[in-house]
Ligand binder design. Sequence first.
Ligand code: ATP
Length: 142
Amino acid sequence: MSPFRLEVVTAEEELYAGDVDILIAPGIDGQLAILPSHAPLLTQLAPGLLQFRTGGEEEDLAVSGGFLEVLRNKAVVLADAAERAEDIDLDRAETAMKRAQERVASHDSDVDLERAMAQLARARTRVGLARRRRRPERVQAP
Ligand code: ATP
């Protein structure tokens, strides 16, 4: 199957523009797999990993939500925020995760629980992607 075009943008930058063979996206109602010639689609995204494969190479981006549009063999992700693994500040994401966990667990009536849950989901995605990248290579058995 011939590849399709993918563009990933935020209000600030373009993170990716190129041809891909498959896109896995965190749809608000569950994971979506987009292949060439996919039917037209417009959906909201949840915080999670955007995964795509191009010529055997897999790339992962952390997205914090946004929209995905698929139209005429082109997929456009308009993300609220998105980062490549190497651009994630792991300390910052871990601090954000801890802060969000404390907010979610607190019984403070001033805490906006929905907002805290969204912060937690964003931070978890970033921590997961950054940690996976930093994991040391497996040592080859002799
Ligand atoms: P924090 O509480 O650490 O600011 P947040 O989830 O509230 O986290 P966002 O509002 O989603 O942050 O993002 C604001 C901007 O900061 C975006 O441009 C996003 O890409 C960037 N950003 C957020 N967290 C990180 C991180 N851990 N590493 C690198 N960039 C980040």
